[in-house]
Design a protein around this ligand. Structure first.
Ligand SMILES: [Zn+2]
Length: 207
């Protein structure tokens, strides 16, 4: 069973994905991680992808599919995977069909304003990279290493708005593309409340 996890940045998709992967034994697959792993292992396709990434270019879809196909062949993926962040456009979804199917799409629905609110509060430790939220964390310094917390440029309002616009324009159309297999869950304040209906849904499928 392959799942695609969808939701705008700031929706809490990462937290939800961790719970799904943990409880249902699905391997999380994001192309960013795949590229990094493939490059680290010195694989031919990974190194080819790196030449594009180093120039700040998108990795061509055929190359991405090649790396993905290699990953999906590995034994740990045989139970299924949870795609996160790929496909993120109709074009990529069409391409993915050549190597595998998406059985179910979990769409995390969170109002745009809430996403903005969450992302704007994000701070990163300038020393160790730990992530904090100013709304819940009261200090200017990292509690792990004492480093200064900073707001990254892409967590500033304009950059956040641009990312959400790109999501609306290129990724949200996937909801129609996968209309026959989308399960929508409304994001709640407590991640456990968000997860419960998803857990019920996925458990129901296994019967
Ligand atoms: Zn730190």
């Amino acid at each position: 069973m392959n799942i695609l996890l969808m939701g705008p940045q700031g929706s809490g998709k990462g937290t939800l994905g961790n719970k799904i992967a943990r409880d249902f034994g699905l391997v999380p697959v994001s192309t960013g991680d795949l590229f990094r792993q493939s490059i680290a292992k010195g694989e031919k396709l990974g190194l080819e992808a790196k030449t594009y990434m180093d120039k700040g270019l998108l990795v061509p879809i055929e190359l991405t599919l090649g790396i993905l196909a290699d990953r999906l062949k590995q034994p740990d993926c045989q139970k299924g995977v949870m795609f996160d962040g790929f496909p993120r456009s109709i074009e990529q979804a069409e391409a993915l069909k050549k190597i595998t199917d998406i059985d179910h799409v979990i769409l995390l629905d969170v109002p745009k304003e809430t996403c903005i609110q969450r992302m704007i509060g994000r701070r990163v430790c300038s020393c160790c990279g730990a992530i904090f939220n100013v709304e819940t964390y009261g200090s200017e310094d990292c509690d792990k290493c004492g480093g200064k917390l900073v707001q990254r440029d892409d967590d500033k309002l304009d950059a956040i708005k641009t990312r959400l616009e790109v999501y609306e324009k290129t990724t949200a159309p996937l909801i129609d593309f996968y209309a026959d297999r989308v399960f929508v869950v409304k994001g709640q304040e407590d991640p456990e409340d968000t997860y419960r209906p998803v857990n019920d849904f996925l458990k129901g499928l296994k019967k």
